[in-house]
Design a protein around this ligand. Structure first.
Ligand SMILES: *Cc1c(COP(=O)(O)O)cnc(C)c1O
Length: 379
């Protein structure tokens, strides 16, 4: 018997030795909280996003929450978002006291359906949080046309979209608020962290106050507190990881796009017809291919659990799912959401599965994953 191939996870961070050394330097420097590394990271990010102000935080979740606070969104306001995202996307709406409103997704892009967004707008709607699932942006021209027409703020949940673009323009370099996550699985990671792209210096100053206990540099003692802030600052330890990761971002995006192309080539033209499964949208210009997700053919309850179990047990290949529909979690059912409200989200949320995709992955790994999927779905 040949030895089993090593476990192939669905995601894995790549941290180079230079980054590990840079973290060691910070630890030895005597300054380990927010300092020069955070400033340098924010400056590099700002340049990358065409000079727009950028502030870093200790998660992509608080980054979105602070964007909503800076926009002045709170009790009585409605915010429209998608049910197919990490629950953080909707939780932050509740966190600021506003009301989450879901719009169903488009079955092809698996992103929020902008027709359904328009239909969900009421006089209380104040903002839209679109999610760029797997790194694929929504139609940004249409999104901002809707926002302009109805006078709405936009908080782009670009947690998965660092390095993505829209018709040649980098995501983050235009638009309203743009929120990125640097969580462990993301294309650019700091372990945990995030950054927010804002519109102007006033918004950036307000975001800084929400980031650190509401403290501003004014008042009789040179310090005052005028808003209720939290403790959301990034440290120089994590910023050093971010700087090291940022140096490779173009190579990371290019490699992921090449892996995605290889997935399509290996699945081949007949895969969907032969299995009833559905591949993702074949976009190689806009998406950064944060995730490679297929929709399984529906074999009833337990379809995905059984598929994931067989991938792991028979082929030693890790898979994940992104995501279970948010509106069917208990917290949201308690707020009145029920099964049947968003049928496309419910179907995709039950049948989507994430295949391996990460920077250190090889084309041979892709071939292994595809062979495993085909073996399970064609037998
Ligand atoms: C990762 C992620 C978040 C949350 O980011 P954290 O850094 O984990 O707080 C939010 N939305 C989406 C779509 C994500 O993928």
């Amino acid at each position: 018997m040949s030895p089993a191939l090593p476990f192939l996870p669905f995601s894995k961070p790549s941290i180079d030795e230079a980054t590990i050394a840079a973290v060691g330097e910070v630890l030895r420097s005597g300054w380990i909280t927010s300092g020069p590394k955070v400033q340098a990271f924010e400056a590099q990010l700002s340049e990358y996003f065409g000079g727009r102000p950028v502030r870093t935080f200790n998660s992509g979740t608080c980054t979105m929450e602070i964007a909503l606070r800076v926009a002045g969104i709170g009790p009585g306001d409605e915010v429209i978002t998608t049910s197919i995202s990490w629950v953080a996307t909707a939780n932050v709406i509740i966190e600021v006291g506003a009301t989450p409103v879901f719009a169903d997704i488009d079955p092809v892009t698996r992103n929020i359906d902008l027709d359904k967004v328009e239909a969900a707008i009421t006089p209380r709607t104040k903002a839209i949080i679109p999610v760029f699932l797997s790194g694929l942006p929504v139609d940004m021209d249409r999104l901002y046309a809707i926002a302009k027409k109805h006078n709405l703020r936009v908080v782009e949940d670009a947690a998965q979209a660092f390095g993505s673009s829209w018709n040649g323009k980098r995501i983050g370099s235009f638009g309203d608020f743009v929120s990125f996550s640097f969580q462990a699985n993301k294309n650019l990671t700091t372990g945990e962290g995030g950054c927010l792209v804002l519109n102007n210096a006033d918004e950036a100053r307000l975001a800084e106050r929400y980031r650190l206990q509401g403290v501003s540099r004014s008042g009789v003692d040179g310090i005052d507190v005028d808003v209720l802030g939290g403790k959301y600052n990034m440290t120089d330890i994590t910023a050093a990881i971010g700087l090291g990761q940022f140096a490779h971002i173009e190579a990371v995006t290019a490699h992921r796009r090449a892996l995605a192309r290889h997935y399509f080539a290996r699945f081949g033209d007949q895969f969907e017809a032969q299995t009833g499964a559905q591949l993702p949208l074949a976009d190689f210009d806009n998406s950064n291919w944060h995730l490679f997700q297929i929709i399984l053919p529906d074999k009833g309850p337990g379809t995905r659990a059984e598929f994931m179990r067989r991938m792991a047990e028979e082929f030693n290949v890790g898979t994940g799912f992104h995501y279970a529909p948010i509106h069917l979690f208990t917290l949201y059912r308690e707020r009145g959401f029920t099964e049947g409200m968003f049928p496309v989200s419910e179907k995709i949320g039950r049948l989507t599965v994430t295949l391996p995709m990460f920077y250190a992955m090889t084309t041979a790994d892709v071939e292994r994953a595809v062979a495993a999927v085909k073996a399970i779905l064609t037998k």
